[in-house]
Design a protein around this ligand. Sequence first.
Ligand SMILES: Cc1cc2nc3c(=O)[nH]c(=O)nc-3n(C[C@H](O)[C@H](O)[C@H](O)COP(=O)(O)OP(=O)(O)OC[C@H]3O[C@@H](n4cnc5c(N)ncnc54)[C@H](O)[C@@H]3O)c2cc1C
Length: 288
Amino acid sequence: MFVTPFRYARARSFAEACELLRSEPAPAIPIAGGQSLLPMVNLGLVEPATVVDLGGVREARQIVAEDGYLRIGALARHADLERDELVRTRQPLLADAVRWIGSPRVRARGTVGGSIAHADPVAEIPLAMTVLGASYELRDGAQARTVGASDFHLGPFTTARAPEELVAEIRVPVLGPGWGWGFTEVSPRLGDFAIVAAAALVRVVDGRIVEARAGLSGVAGRPIRIGAVEVRVEGARAEDLEDRVGEPEGLEPIDDEVASAEYRRQLARVLLVRALRRAVERAGGSGR
Ligand SMILES: Cc1cc2nc3c(=O)[nH]c(=O)nc-3n(C[C@H](O)[C@H](O)[C@H](O)COP(=O)(O)OP(=O)(O)OC[C@H]3O[C@@H](n4cnc5c(N)ncnc54)[C@H](O)[C@@H]3O)c2cc1C
C-alpha cells in the first residue's frame, strides 16, 4: 500500500526525463528498478508528488567496450552485469560484486544507475566502482559532466548529484593482463545487505604483487580505498598478506544493533586479506 498517491510519468530519453523532473509537480523523483525507491515510499520515508520512470530509456541498458573502457548504461540491471560476456571477461570484479546483491528477483529489477544514485553505504556496486576507478556521466538535459566514483559518493545516501541530474552512463577501465580480482563480504543472512565488504585488484609478477587496489564498505559512511594497505602489500606474496594488511587505516565503523564497531574492524582485516588472496590466486600467484 502506498502511503501517499503520486503522479506517474514515463520518459523515453534522459533529456525527456530531465524535462519531466522540472515540469511535473514537485518533488518529482526518478525511478529505475524501484527496488530501493518503492520500499522507501511504502515506509513513508520519501513522498514524491511525481515519479518519473526511466524504464523507457531503451539505449541506456547497453554495455559496450570502447577505448579501454566498458561503457555501461545506467539502466543496465544487476543481472545484466552478472551475465554479460564483456563484463565477465573484461571486468570480472564487477560481475563478482553484483552476485552478492539481494536475491535473483532484486538483481533482475535493480539497476546499476539506481544503486549508484541511491548510495547505500554498504552497496556492492559503489564499492566495486570506487576500487575500479570508474567514473559516472551525469546528465541534465543537454549538459553532461563526469565525476569519479570517489568524488561522487560523499556519505550515507549522499552523493555529488544535483536533484535534476541523472546518472546516465558508467565508465569502467577494463582489466589488463596479469591482474586478478577478489570480492567478498559478510552479511547477517544470505541475501542481506553486507555488514562489511572488501574488494581488491592486484597485478602479480613472479608471484609477487606489483600493484594493488583495495577497498572496503561498512566501515565508513561511503566506500573507501585503503591506500596505506595498497602500498604495504606491494612486493608481497599470498602468504605474506595477513601481516602486510595489518590494521587497515582510516576506518570509522559504527556500533549498531547489527554489529559492534570492533567486530566491523575485525571483519575489515579478515575480508581484505581474503579478497587480496583471491585476487593473487586469479592473477596466477599462489593465493590460498
Ligand atoms: C530485498 C532487497 C534486498 C536488497 N539487497 C541489496 C544488497 O544486498 N545490496 C545492494 O546493493 N542493494 C540491495 N538492494 C537494493 C537494490 O540493489 C536496488 O536495486 C538498488 O539499490 C537501486 O536500484 P534501482 O534501479 O532499483 O533504483 P530505484 O529504487 O528505482 O531508485 C533508487 C534511488 O536512485 C534514484 N535513481 C534511480 N536511477 C537513477 C538514475 N539513473 N539517475 C539518478 N537517480 C536515479 C531514484 O530516484 C531513487 O532515489 C536490495 C533491495 C531489496 C528490495
